[in-house]
Design a protein around this ligand. Structure first.
Ligand code: NDP
Length: 451
């Protein structure tokens, strides 16, 4: 059967764009891609990229204080939200242009339209056209999801980048990556930030010692973090939203932002038309090659709800191209993924938490907490955590957890060693780089705990 294309990609985010342009550019496949919104997807348009720019912006306030300890007088500093927002949007326009150009240069035909699946080889575009393809790759991502109580009252991370003015106060609900990152960002910009988390401690699932330090330092920096706290009711009032919490408090916040998880964008996508049942969270179920039960249909990235991270979606896209267009079946490796949470302080982590590792067998824990030279000199209260979890039986480093400045940069490199299966002795025989914070990773000699 003759198809219009070898590959039709639905979704122009990190994963879809990468798969489309590599398939077209490197294998000569005839590829089309449809995107209903902006090219670049969540990461570029309303996620990682603008978020990180906001993290940078939020750090300057603290720098001015610290500079005094180093002999500088930087008084009279002022922050303009509209200026930052406009600059960020100009940057996003530039990046979106690059994404479009990359696709065009690779020979991918693009449609600025919504695409839905009609049958295993056919997509319907919102323009009315129908296109056929030998393979369909679904890479439509996800979107923030909020409980009913928050609908129509709260904003989400999608809206925060679009606000005309900076709010004076905000309640952030949730204790995951997004809630905790935005608590730090807005606090650093001078917003009065309250964060409610329904459980005992934010960043559930990460190493306890690391998340405790992040939480303590967030509070130290001014975030009003309230754990075991949730919203009972909310109503719009003059000047904001009146929030009644389960601790009996009633407070008016100018804005309320919910960061309570994300949901795959599968509503109305047509997966039912090809007989595919979705998972419990609405995700597309795929095998280790990202293939669905319908052989011509694959899915990658957040829509599959495996690991919701841009570099993982890109990996999945590359593995898909290897498998389907290069004749080299490639499973995606989801083991030992290093990740950074851009809280303030930042956290970088790879491998098992102390708690998870201890549940698997005997371990040694190496950890040190200290005041980093730079902040200590200027009288700051910041602390760093460097932590290694070591398997007692084979000496392998099972987990590495870093809290402090540049933790994301450090964990990328430590992640290579951990992924290679480095032992504690491999770390030990590496000479320290002095004076740095990272040198602690190779100079910790005595375990603080063994189990
Ligand atoms: P997460 O799943 O990380 O966190 C959701 C949070 O909301 C949890 O603390 C959860 O509590 C809480 N929650 C869920 N439902 C409710 C509810 N009904 N009422 C109150 N609280 C609730 O989601 P995020 O939205 O923060 O992030 C989504 C994903 O995006 C992340 O998993 C991550 O993979 C990715 N991401 C990665 C970033 C990075 O790499 N730096 C940055 C931002 C996002 P509980 O713990 O009790 O379930």
């Amino acid at each position: 059967m003759e198809f219009d294309y070898d590959l039709f990609v639905i979704g122009g985010g990190s994963g879809g764009v990468r798969a489309a342009r590599v398939a077209a550019g490197e294998t000569g496949a005839k590829v089309a891609l449809a995107e209903e919104d902006r090219y670049g997807g969540t990461c570029v348009i309303r996620g990682c990229v603008p978020k990180k720019l906001m993290v940078f912006a939020s750090e300057f306030g603290g720098l001015a204080d610290e500079a005094a300890g180093y002999g500088w007088d930087i008084s009279g500093a002022n922050f303009s939200w509209p200026k930052l927002r406009n600059n960020i949007h100009a940057e996003l326009d530039r990046l979106e242009g690059i994404y479009r150009k990359l696709l065009a240069n690779s020979g991918v035909e693009t449609f600025d339209a919504r695409a839905t699946i009609v049958d295993p080889h056919t997509v319907q575009l919102s323009t009315g056209e129908t296109k056929t393809a030998k393979h369909i790759l679904v890479a439509v991502g996800g979107r923030p999801t909020v409980p009913d109580i928050a609908a129509d009252v709260a904003i989400t991370s999608n809206d925060i980048f679009l606000l005309e003015d900076m709010p004076k106060s905000i309640l952030i609900v949730g204790g995951g990556y997004i809630a905790s990152e935005f608590a730090g960002i807005l606090n650093g910009m001078g917003v009065a930030v309250t964060q409610f988390y329904r459980g005992d401690q934010i960043l559930r699932g990460f190493d306890n010692e690391a998340r405790n330090l992040v939480a303590d330092q967030m509070v130290e920096k001014g975030v009003d973090l309230r754990v075991n706290t949730d919203v009972v009711s909310m109503e719009k009032v003059d000047g904001g939203v009146k929030v009644t919490a389960n601790d009996g408090t009633e407070t008016v916040f100018e804005k309320v932002m919910y960061a309570t998880g994300r949901r795959p964008n599968t509503d109305g996508l047509g997966m039912d038309k090809i007989g595919l049942e979705l998972g419990r969270a609405g995700e597309i179920i795929v095998d280790t090659y990202s293939q669905t039960k319908v052989p011509s249909v694959y899915a990658i990235g957040d829509v599959t709800d495996r690991v919701q991270l841009t570099p993982v979606a890109i990996r999945e896209g590359m593995a898909f191209v290897e498998t389907v267009f290069k004749g080299n079946p490639t499973e995606v490796d989801h083991e030992l993924i290093p990740t950074a949470i851009f809280t303030q302080p930042e956290m970088g982590t790879v491998g098992l938490s102390e708690e998870d590792a201890a549940a698997n067998g005997p371990i040694e824990v190496y950890a040190t907490t200290f005041k980093p030279m730079r902040h200590a000199f200027a009288g700051g209260a910041d602390k760093i955590l460097m932590k290694l979890i070591v398997d007692k039986s084979n000496r392998r480093v099972l987990g590495c957890h870093i809290v402090g400045d540049h933790a994301g940069e450090m964990i990328q490199l430590a992640g290579i060693a951990v992924k290679m299966g480095a032992t504690k002795e491999d770390f030990d025989r590496t000479v320290a780089v002095h004076p740095t914070a990272a040198e602690e990773l190779v100079t910790m000699k005595t375990p603080v705990r063994t189990t």
